[in-house]
Design a protein around this ligand. Structure first.
Ligand SMILES: Cc1ncc(COP(=O)(O)O)c(C=O)c1O
Length: 443
């Protein structure tokens, strides 16, 4: 029996990434409140949020500092744009703060509302950049299988997940997928290192086949998140970076998930010395409290773009002062509470230790992760050979069971993914893994 709210939802509300027929049979779950690492639902159940919303609520729910900053900004000036030689103080301060935190060469931000828009903006600016440099045919965009870069037409075209692009007959021409280093999925007998090297060789072969003079950029998540928490082998990203430099192809680090502490660094591309030309950001920049994305550009790209004159790009809500105020308050919490260092030195290693303790469980095919992000590949009774016969639904099934045990994780294909808030304590991480252990026993 649906509640009146669930009934209203069924009638009028289309949800993102949802099978509506399946959902409305049982009724949608209505989230009501947040408290630290916990979400409280319509039945007053406290659920430990092992995914931090959608990999974004880094500082946890109910942070008064952010609410106060947003209230103060909305009271003073709820909105103004950054078009027409105007802007607002929070937008200026946020751009400067990002430049302070980001790798050395990347000092300029154009702001937007989401990760998809940040990546979409990057594509347009890359095309404009090459046009100004008088190489208008250098336009093709590379990305990897199992990558996730968003849902606009162009970012869906980059996303390397057939379930995201096939329903829309994408990718568009000029968007090329090269193999991502998902060794477990490839299941071809190679070690992770060998498969990483094969992916690099294949990427080079594809660049040569397409003609490097037609390839503009490659978008790279340092750890592929929504595609299944794919952690590349050591050295793979360095080799990929060198390869792209060799062919004069821009390196775009999609740090929508990885920035702002999740990997124990402000920026994964700094930690792993990837020297990106462009970085795209969203999610943890406000811990999800308000929508905000950023495309950060190197000095050299901005100098070139400036030579092109008028920059005909931007959204009504680009540099909106209220999300910028939320971001500044959020970044201050991350700094004041030393959440980056805490993740690096304490909670991240603890989370990984707990994750790795599951190796050997008969329902576990592999665990992967880095600091405060992780995934468990699930196995049915009978093992991997049985998996091949099933329709890739173990992850969603396991996430449902985990929820019954009081924790939220994400089911993807035959795996579950986790990325708890960075404020999680050892006790909360223990609670998460107790529920996961029960889930594995049951599945
Ligand atoms: C790496 C990455 N890039 C881009 C996006 C798209 O961000 P948004 O959903 O804010 O458009 C996501 C979202 O999950 C992401 O994980």
């Amino acid at each position: 029996m649906l509640t009146p709210l669930q009934e209203m939802d069924r009638r009028h509300h289309l949800h993102p990434f949802t099978d509506h027929n399946a959902m409305h049979k049982s009724g949608t779950q209505v989230a009501v409140r947040g408290d630290g690492c916990y979400l409280i639902d319509q039945d007053n159940r406290r659920l430990l949020d092992g995914l931090a919303g959608l990999w974004c609520v880094n500082v946890g729910y109910s942070r008064k500092e952010i609410v106060d900053a947003v209230t103060a900004q909305m009271t003073q000036l709820p909105y103004y744009c950054s078009f027409f030689n105007t802007t607002t103080e929070p937008a200026i301060r946020l751009a400067a703060k990002l430049a302070e935190l980001a790798p050395q060469r990347v000092n300029h931000s154009i702001l937007c509302n989401s990760g998809s828009e940040a990546n979409d903006t990057a594509i347009k600016l890359i095309w404009a950049y090459n046009k100004i440099l008088d190489r208008p045919n250098k336009r093709k965009i590379l990305s990897r299988t199992f990558s996730y870069h968003g849902v606009t037409v162009a970012t869906t075209s980059m996303t390397g997940l057939p379930s995201c692009y096939l329903p829309f007959d994408l990718p568009l021409p000029g968007f090329i997928h090269v193999p991502g280093p998902y060794t477990y999925g490839a299941n071809n007998g190679m070690t992770h290192d060998q498969y990483g090297d094969w992916c690099i060789a294949e990427t080079e072969r594809i660049i040569q086949h397409e003609g490097a003079e037609t390839v503009a950029a490659m978008f790279v998540e340092p750890i592929q998140g929504a595609g299944g928490v794919i952690v590349p082998p050591d050295g793979y990203l360095t080799k990929l970076r060198a390869l792209l430099r060799k062919y004069d192809i821009l390196f775009v680090a999609d740090e929508v998930i990885s920035a702002f502490g999740r990997l124990g660094a402000w920026f994964a591309s700094d930690m792993w010395q990837l020297d990106p030309d462009i970085i795209t950001l969203a999610k943890g920049i406000t811990s999800g409290y308000l929508p905000l994305g950023a495309t950060m550009l190197s000095d050299q790209i901005v100098e070139t773009l400036n030579r092109g004159g008028y920059l005909a790009h931007g959204y009504t809500y680009s540099s909106h002062p209220t999300p910028c105020a939320a971001a500044l308050a959020n970044l201050k919490i991350i700094e004041d509470e030393r959440l980056v260092e805490r993740t690096r030195d304490d909670t991240g290693p603890y989370f990984q230790k707990k994750l790795r303790s599951l190796i050997g469980h008969p329902a576990v095919g592999e665990v992967r992760g880095y600091q405060m992000i992780g995934a468990i590949e699930l196995l049915p009774k009978g093992g991997r050979s049985e998996l091949a016969k099933s329709p890739n639904t173990l992850g969603v099934k396991a996430a449902g069971i985990a929820r019954e045990h009081g924790v939220i994780v994400r089911g993807i294909r035959d795996l579950i993914a986790m990325s708890p808030p960075l404020i999680a304590t050892h006790e909360e991480i223990d609670e998460l893994f107790v529920a996961i252990a029960k889930t594995l026993d049951q599945i």
